[in-house]
Design a protein around this ligand. Structure first.
Ligand code: COA
Length: 331
């Protein structure tokens, strides 16, 4: 019957490429230093995909780990959603390559371009498909190879970003099960789209020698404006989730925020007087991995005994678009 089902997280997995780019490595590439990066961002290193790895390759490793954790087979999956802004190609969707590499047959597979909020958008969409009874098991992946779009001469951006992938299997919850996705609140404000943009390669500025000469093939950002908007919007999305579910901050076991900058995370937590001991921070290891950031941090927190089954978790993200959102769930 339509609307009678709820979704739960049945399996999680993630993958970080082996190659590491440390702050010390960056010191040799741009005018920066380890101390500045750590103090201003909290980031110590990021992982970089090897030359022969495309985004779908990262997805597949994370997805297989999530399927194993869920104790499900590829044949059980009804849909694949991939949040990414750095897909294998301009078209088709990276999700289609993931589908082929996993050997999934005759199921829907599509990418979501919502930047750093891409994973939350994916979880929310999967939740809706499961709620209506349309599908039972959905693979949601967030994955990026941002290193291919970095200008390693621009110290304001290249120090921030890294590569990686995280995946969840979301499944229909059994009747009466309380470990479910409680709510999702997603937003976009396109009036601020220029604050974080990869200008060339689309229909507005097609790829050309001129575009490359101007550096329009790299991600560009207005860091300070992004910072302010990130704090404001994530705090507001979290507030919306708490009010909607009538949950007090004390009842939330963990916040898993988008891993962009430790100071942004601290400022958001401070708005709720939420102690940092219950905030997952993993960016020291990953940098900002955009759509991969939340499932990577979540997986790390579970594997390290922080997040446990049954706990109440608040996810919140913010990214290019500008997109943002929050999801409250019982894991
Ligand atoms: C980019 C960011 C780290 C810069 O930190 P900040 O504290 O705002 O620093 P400012 O931009 O005010 O710059 C301070 C100084 O450091 C310098 N600086 C910038 N990057 C530097 C670097 N990598 N190394 C050393 N110095 C740097 C600046 O040039 C500036 O110098 P000045 O005072 O002589 O002009 C920060 O604004 C940020 O994280 N913004 C959000 C970005 C983000 O998360 N984007 C993705 C969203 S999903």
């Amino acid at each position: 019957m339509a609307g009678m089902y709820r979704s739960r997280v049945s399996g999680i997995g993630s993958y970080l490429p082996e190659k590491i780019l440390s702050n010390k490595d960056l010191e040799k590439m741009v005018e920066t230093n380890d101390q500045w990066i750590v103090e201003r961002t909290g980031i110590e290193r990021r992982h970089i995909a090897s030359e022969d790895q495309a985004t779908s390759d990262l997805c597949v490793i994370a997805a297989k780990r999530a399927l194993e954790d869920a104790n499900l087979k590829v044949e059980d999956i009804d849909m694949i959603l991939v949040g990414t802004v750095t897909g294998d190609h301009q078209m088709p969707s990276t999700a289609c390559f993931v589908q082929a590499k996993l050997g999934a047959k005759n199921i829907m597979a599509v990418d979501l371009n919502a930047a750093c909020s891409g994973f939350l958008y994916g979880v929310s969409i999967a939740d809706q498909f499961i709620r209506t009874g349309m599908y039972k098991n959905i693979l949601v992946i967030g994955a990026e190879v941002l290193s291919r779009y970095m200008n390693y001469k621009d110290r304001e951006t290249c120090i921030l970003f890294g590569d990686g992938a995280g995946a969840w299997v979301m499944s229909r919850a059994a009747e009466g099960q309380t470990n479910v996705i409680e709510s999702s609140h997603l937003r976009a404000d396109g009036t601020l789209a220029d604050l974080l943009i990869l200008p060339a390669g689309g229909s507005k500025i097609p790829q050309s020698h001129e575009a490359i000469d101007k550096g329009l093939n790299f991600m560009t950002m207005k860091g300070r404006d992004i910072f302010k908007n990130a704090v404001r919007t994530m705090a507001s999305c979290c507030q919306e989730a708490l009010e909607h579910n009538k949950v007090a901050p004390e009842q939330v076991d963990w916040i898993v925020p988008h891993q962009a900058n430790k100071r942004i995370i601290e400022a958001v937590a401070d708005q709720f007087k939420f102690p940092m001991e219950r905030v997952i921070v993993y960016l020291q290891e990953t940098g900002n991995t955009s759509a991969a950031s939340i499932p990577l941090a979540f997986d790390w927190a579970v594997k390290n005994g922080k997040i446990k089954r049954g706990q109440t978790i608040l996810l919140t993200a913010f990214g290019a678009g500008l997109t943002s959102g929050s999801i409250l769930l019982r894991y």
